[in-house]
Design a binder for this molecule. Structure first.
Ligand code: PLP
Length: 343
């Protein structure tokens, strides 16, 4: 039976994402002056945090105390909203003064079960009292169980776990390069380059950042990983030309873009990516860190399109608020990794 038609997610406020603050301005802040805290929802086009008052004047004494400590002790990478949250339940949040808020952001698509879901609390508490971290040199029962569940409900044959979405994309970058080396072992030069798209966001570590289109995220940290070409999201002709046999290792795409605005791909666009990757021997990576895990009404956003990737990256709601990421891969990709160990 066909699944019900794909529906767009409600449009989010693009300014709500944690925007990197103007680091070089902050750097010049005189040591004794308190670094400022910006007011709510600062975007790159708004006045810089450095011109804003130190602490929101409307904040309570309790809130101000926390904001001032944050400004004093933490590295200023986020333009935070002037809201100090103390507790939460379901879709409601409470600040330090007991004021209630309806949580429309869910930690930017992280707390998909709501806050402090009773089953989640029970599972986390039970596991915390049993065993938490074990090194990757040993086996872990919950890790293997989760891998099986992800395989059972997806296109993938195998899973690799990380701590975040950006690391999942880093792993996908490395897997793609290794896959190309393995598949073209007889060739002198193998494909090492990547295609990404306008309005994309793939994370803040150096490889994932190189795949992220927003220049203001990348420029302060350049040089980032070379070899990335950005193509207009949805532009079929440009995309076909950009994916080149022997050059393109992989194409990274969000089936529905989150951070860049809620732009959804068309079926035709994703199908063109699939076909062009197959023709060129490139891998197709779906970044479902933000659009996956049930947010579209399907478990995976790509289900609505009927186009299957070679790799899919996940994170955000996978552990209901605890840090986790994953790369799901086909056997063909996994085989190239295994044969070429060690990492
Ligand atoms: C599509 C997408 N990919 C990757 C990431 C990075 O995930 P993380 O913040 O867990 O590193 C995000 C985060 O917003 C995202 O939206």
């Amino acid at each position: 039976m066909r699944k019900r038609p794909f529906q767009l997610l409600p449009r989010q406020n693009p300014n709500f994402s944690p925007t990197a603050t103007n680091l070089h301005r902050r750097h010049r802040t005189p040591r004794k002056r308190k670094p400022p805290i910006s007011s709510c929802l600062v975007s790159a086009s708004q006045p810089s945090a450095a011109t804003k008052p130190a602490v929101s004047t409307s904040a309570s004494a309790k809130s101000r105390e926390v904001m001032e400590m944050e400004a004093k002790y933490m590295v200023g990478t986020y333009a935070r909203s002037p809201l100090v949250l103390a507790s939460a339940k379901g879709c409601r949040l409470h600040d330090v003064d007991g004021k209630e808020y309806l949580d429309m952001a869910a930690g930017i698509a992280v707390n998909s079960l709501g806050h402090c879901d009773p089953d989640w609390v029970e599972a986390v508490t039970e596991q915390a009292g049993t065993v938490t971290h074990v090194s990757n040199v040993f086996y872990s029962i919950p890790q293997v169980n989760l891998a099986k569940r992800l395989v059972d409900c997806s296109f993938a044959d195998r899973v690799f776990f990380t701590n975040s979405g950006t690391e999942a994309n880093e792993a996908a970058i490395k897997f793609s390069r290794k896959f190309q080396r393995h598949s073209n072992a007889d060739k002198k030069e193998v494909a090492t380059k990547f295609i990404s798209f306008t309005n994309s966001f793939h994370g803040r570590t150096m490889g994932a950042l190189a795949l992220t289109s927003k220049e203001q995220y990348r420029t302060p940290f350049e040089p980032v990983m070379p070899g990335v070409t950005f193509v207009e999201y949805g532009n079929i002709e440009e995309t076909k030309q950009a994916i080149v046999s022997g050059m393109t290792a992989a194409v990274f795409v969000e089936p529905i873009q989150g951070e860049g605005g809620i732009y959804s791909a068309t079926k035709e666009f994703l199908q063109v990516l699939r076909d062009a990757c197959d023709d060129a021997g490139a891998l197709l990576v779906f970044d479902e860190v933000q659009c996956g895990l049930g947010r579209t009404g399907h478990l995976w956003a790509h289900e609505a399109y009927g186009v299957i990737p070679d790799l899919m990256t996940l994170a955000k709601p996978l552990a209901g608020g605890l840090p986790i990421g994953a790369v799901l891969v086909t056997e063909r990709v996994a085989a190239a990794i295994r044969l070429w160990g060690p990492w």
